[in-house]
Write a protein that binds this ligand. Structure first.
Ligand SMILES: Cc1cc2nc3c(=O)[nH]c(=O)nc-3n(C[C@H](O)[C@H](O)[C@H](O)COP(=O)(O)O)c2cc1C
Length: 335
């Protein structure tokens, strides 16, 4: 149940600098997942939620003639943020300006990615170890664009180097309008439990909104996280893989106190089919290959799911995918 304190606090819009956002539940940036096609599905159930593009390399934006497709956002899509990563303040600032031209309402800077390829070049979570550079990035981007600049980070590099309290304060002092904290260290990757207690501590010392991230897989976990951390909102990540309903379910509960009835396996498969066809339309053959992982994620918690998962993760054509999904949907029509 939602405490009265929480109800009261979360009923007002969230102010991210000059931007007002009506929902306190966010869809996280997920590389290889949160493209335009996926965001459209999530937004159907959570129209007022903040969403993010996949993280985009600012160096690439600087050198490439054409803007990457990852930057594409729908004309009427909002609230929407473009997430950038890099270690060079000037490149990120330039990419931020282009992002605003593309329609970004906030610029989010990735300071949490654990992947070696990124951290070796000084981006992502390695910025936790280079707070001076992180500060320089935020300061430069804030000066370069009119929209709010936000950051997403982790609690530290490792258990021995948890520096989120100092780091978050420095980001606020540099002009960040909001901070999202994934409650794990870089060393944890995606393993072990998210340490929400660190988010509680950060919330106590910052004036800007703090969004809690990590292990939000259900309405219950979202409520628990909000109660524990006192955060201004929650951000869903892996819980949305093959389940674009999650952000909407949590948002609905926060708004009404009523638990939405979860989609049936048939409805989930119908959504998977729509996802597949939209990817095909948007990306062609590449969309089919990308759809494999999505379709596999949809195949859980129903009879025959493991067998179907195995088949959909090997599709070569749109017809193959549609046939497999139609057959499964037909099964649920009869049973
Ligand atoms: C497949 C995948 C892709 C991700 N891509 C990004 C990304 O582009 N930018 C980012 O800030 N975090 C990214 N993350 C991290 C998530 O946004 C989130 O912080 C993390 O998964 C913790 O939340 P969870 O425990 O609810 O999954 C990614 C995570 C996964 C699993």
């Amino acid at each position: 149940m939602l405490s009265n304190y929480l109800k009261q606090k979360l009923s007002s819009p969230l102010k991210i600098g000059s931007l007002k956002v009506k929902s306190r539940v966010f869809q996280s940036p997920l590389s290889g997942v949160t493209d335009l096609v996926f965001r459209r599905l999530v937004r159907r159930y959570a129209p007022q939620s903040m969403m993010y593009t996949e993280m985009i390399n600012a160096t690439e934006i600087h050198y490439l003639k054409q803007l990457p497709k990852l930057m594409e956002i729908d004309k009427d899509e909002q609230p929407i943020s473009i997430q950038l990563f890099d270690s060079r303040p000037d490149f990120i600032a330039e990419a931020a300006q282009k992002s605003v031209q593309e329609g970004a309402q906030t610029i989010d800077i990735n300071m949490g990615c654990p992947v070696n390829k990124i951290t070796k070049k000084g981006g992502g979570s390695s910025l936790l170890r280079q707070p001076d550079i992180a500060q320089a990035i935020v300061e430069k981007v804030v000066k370069s664009v009119e929209v709010p600049v936000t950051i997403k980070t982790r609690i530290g590099w490792s258990d021995q180097e948890i520096n989120i309290l100092d780091f978050a304060k420095r980001m606020e002092d540099s002009g960040a309008a909001m901070i999202t904290i994934h409650g794990r260290t870089r060393a944890q990757g995606y393993n072990g439990k998210a340490k929400w207690e660190w988010i509680t501590k950060v919330k106590k010392i910052l004036g800007i909104p703090v969004i809690a991230n990590g292990d939000i897989f259900s309405v219950e976990s979202a409520i628990k996280c909000l109660e524990i951390t006192g955060a201004d909102g929650v951000m869903c990540s892996r819980g949305t893989l093959g389940y674009p309903f999650l952000v909407g379910e949590i948002d609905y509960f926060l708004r009404t106190g009523i638990m939405k009835i979860s989609p049936t396996p048939k409805q989930r498969l119908e959504c998977a089919k729509e996802h597949l066809n939209n990817l095909w339309e948007y990306k062609g053959r590449r969309g089919i290959y990308q759809s494999r992982k999505h379709l596999a994620w949809y195949c859980k918690a129903f009879p025959g799911a493991p067998e179907l998962r195995d088949l959909v993760s090997r599709i070569e054509t749109i017809d193959q995918g549609n046939q497999l999904l139609d057959k499964a949907i037909e099964f649920f029509n009869k049973n």
